[in-house]
Design a protein around this ligand. Structure first.
Ligand SMILES: Cc1cc2nc3c(=O)[nH]c(=O)nc-3n(C[C@H](O)[C@H](O)[C@H](O)COP(=O)(O)O)c2cc1C
Length: 173
């Protein structure tokens, strides 16, 4: 088990474009005895309702969505971008569904839970979030180019739900 330190969010250099968009994160959640993690490369950090928040965008087909829809808290775990084994683990979490197996274990990862929020022990940075809200995107309102690219073909009807989590703590190893 690794030791993590809390960081002051206002003192941290945190580039979401690199961390989420390029390095990717494990979105980890747990409720009623069910736990799962999936890879995300879309997401945001910012301020909403006067609180520091994370937003993640999860398609209807994901097992993770079932857990989040029950109101589960969640975290984003970021890994050392230079580690090939961690990138492989993220590829695994992003390819297999937690409906059929304990992906976290198969990927060789371990879970910590604090404040009812699970995260991955092998991470180097973690954002712990308390779920505040979720809502489905209205794809009808999107520009046609985006609708075509992201919600047609195999993804016809496979909408994204936006989950907003209040940042409870930012941790670093
Ligand atoms: C790099 C990468 C980024 C991904 N980003 C997202 C994302 O932001 N939202 C999403 O719904 N799925 C995303 N996925 C796909 C899910 O991680 C994948 O479908 C996963 O197997 C779902 O797992 P689950 O069914 O256990 O929830 C991504 C996959 C990869 C490899």
């Amino acid at each position: 088990m690794h030791t993590f330190q809390p960081l002051d969010i206002k003192e941290t250099e945190f580039n979401p474009f690199n961390l989420i968009g390029s390095d990717w994160a494990a979105l980890t959640t747990s409720i009623n005895g069910k736990t799962n993690a999936m890879t995300v490369s879309w997401g945001g950090v910012g301020v909403l309702w006067g609180k520091n928040v994370v937003s993640v965008y999860v398609r209807d087909t994901r097992y993770t969505k079932e857990l989040l829809d029950e109101g589960s808290n969640f975290s984003l775990t970021f890994f050392d971008p230079a580690s090939h084994s961690k990138k492989s683990a993220l590829k695994y979490l992003g390819a297999v569904s937690g409906r059929s197996e304990d992906k976290i274990q198969t990927a060789g990862l371990h879970l910590h839970t604090e404040d009812d929020i699970p995260y991955i022990d092998e991470g180097i940075t973690v954002i712990k979030c308390k779920q505040l809200a979720h809502f489905s995107l209205n794809t009808e309102e999107l520009p046609e180019e985006i609708r075509k690219q992201w919600y047609s073909g195999n993804n016809e009807g496979n909408n994204h739900t936006v989950y907003i989590g209040e940042i409870v703590e930012l941790l670093a190893r």
